[in-house]
Design a protein around this ligand. Sequence first.
Ligand code: C2E
Ligand code: MG
Ligand code: MG
Length: 736
Amino acid sequence: MAYNDEALIPFADDALADPGQTWSAAVWQVLIVDDEPDVHAASKLALKGIPVEGRNIAFSHAHTAAQALTLLSQPNDFAVALIDVVMERDDAGLQLVRQIRETLDNKALRIILRTGQPGYAPEIDTIRQYDINDYRTKSELTQVRLFTCLTMAVRSYAQIRQLEAGRRGLEQILAASVELGKPVGLKKFASGVVTQLCALLNVEAQCLVCAAMNPSDQTPYVLAAAGAYDAWIGLPLNQIPESRVRDSLYQTLHARQHFLHDGASLYFQGYNDQALAAFVDVQRPLQALEKELLEVFCSNISVAFENLQLYLNINDLAYNDTLVHLPNRNALVEAIDARNSVEETVALLDLDSFADINSILDDSFGDAVLQSVAHKLRAAFPAETLVARLGSDLFGLYGPAQQVTPEKIAAVFDDPFAVAASEPLRLSATTGLVRLQSSAQTGLVTLKSASAALKQAKRLQRGKSLYFEATQADAARDRIRMLNHLRTSFSEERLFLHYQPFINLQDGRIVGAESLLRWKNTEGQFISPELFIPIAEQSGLMIPMGEWVARTAMKWRASLKGQVDANFRVAINVSRTQFAEPDFAQKFLEILDEAGLQGSQVEIELTESVAIENLEDLAIKLHILRGCGIRVAMDDFGTGYSSLSVIQRLQLDHLKIDRGFVSGNQVGEESFEIARTIITMADHLALTTIAEGIETQQQCDALLAAGCQEGQGYLFSRPLAETDFLVWLQDLRTSR
Ligand code: C2E
Ligand code: MG
Ligand code: MG
């Protein structure tokens, strides 16, 4: 065969551009398809050195339709094909055209058909259908004609490519806007801009994006980059080593506009004076169409950027604590929700006495304390442990079980905290911890459990750590339910008092009565004060409730005037929260006054837990009360921890032997021996003893024999309602 494969090598005889290059290339590539070698030579000769539309022509040659098809199937940028109609077959050229348009789906290539004989002219329909530019007999194609023909074809090719590129560009911009409109982090957004810009401008990967912060803020730095610029990610703008790139970006940021010279330097205005600048190393002048596309791209990206910033700001507010710059409660909840390991622990820690710090010193000092704690906590745990602030002085930790432990948390508070200009400050925290046991446990439920454990820890002791046990949750829920019911009952005046007589064991006379609070819930059940009083104490409800008890009991005592001895005393139980009130003594005396009673007609029963806390304060209050003749008894004696010195310091009148040492016990048993010891000891201290819970005559006799003066218990009477008490009194009188 005369036409060897060498002819298949495209552009073999011309100085040619890279085959992969785009439509903006500096030459027009023209393919001559003809089985006559002379035609190839003649065509080249006719057009050699004559630029068409400002560019030279680079020829490629195919001698059969099959060769042409092979060439056109490869990546190429042929603008025009001059195709012979008759080659291997009579219609080889026409078949080739059909394959170009249909099989290769190449709609841009301009086609000029040539034939030796006019008889082979294609139908006009075929010309239209396959978008054939021109049809000529070879003899018709003089040099001038050929040039004109080619010029027309090249022009139309350029237009088609321009339109195609515009459409593709717009499609890309649309896709980029969709892609970049997603709420992602700023870095991801920036690297998206890099990718999309490179694609739009058909640049391999020499592109970077720089972030500009608020002018007052830090210097702009490289957020994302591609290609050789990759190494610059994270660099401040002034450290970019290539001055061309650096200057161009500075210029763009300062002028707030694009600069489209040898590299495209683009400006994206964001929200709140923040901006991005991007530099694309295009290394060629940009086409008018490219510039237009860039305008559209940039304005779309600016909108997406602004939206992203708003999203990030909202996100920041929603997930970060602005005071101490730690993640907040939402972030902690979400992190727990998203976990995939169960070997983890969540801890809540509450600073002890933070309210005091805040009230003694000013708020800004409190803020500085919180910041210092936040800083130390963050530094004390590895990055995988989430450290959050949940509000006020409450911090949260979430991380591997071996990291988040009471010991590691306590160690943070070992050393004093440096706060502003103040003396180093010693702080402690109380902690509630939860071991995450199942992956189904949600963040919210976990935090509830941790906070139940924290509450429990606080009740026990400040500075303590406590792990959550599942049963705590149920108990906590029950307590809250009970408290709500109790509150309602109290406000609806459905609480009442029962009175249980005190008897002089020696002569069997009644000397007084203890008032005992009673609560019948809505289902008509009596709830034990041992259950509801601690709940009322924790909630603060005990204050008004205790006041009501004192007033009611004293009124009742006043109502007994004439029916009992003048020194008959009503005993009132006073809980520790009541005693903690600064004006407790004054209030109590006011109530006494209101009821028109003598101090000697009233007795206060303290429990040992009251006595342990704040001994000095208690002593002062008791001193005032005793000064007015009110007697004081230590209740449930023997169950707590009060030392002899405490009893002496408080100047008591009576010790009440706890019913645990009396009821149900047989004389001679060990607990009864404790009762006996208490009596002896009280005797030494010149205190009277009252035995609670006397149920049998035998107990009564033994207590009397041991020297106990007074007693109370089912043997004499159960606690009684007002009217029953009157009946009981009546019976007592008649029985004598
Ligand atoms: P407490 O002050 O030691 O009251 C004596 C408790 O012993 C009463 O229980 C009483 O019903 C019970 N008791 C009396 N005699 C006997 C007996 O022979 N055998 C037995 N087994 N028990 C007997 P209650 O009424 O359930 O009160 C329990 C506790 O609730 C009281 O113990 C007291 O600490 C507290 N409490 C009751 N009312 C008030 C109140 O108004 N204020 C405060 N702060 N606490 C109250
Ligand atoms: Mg009592
Ligand atoms: Mg008692």
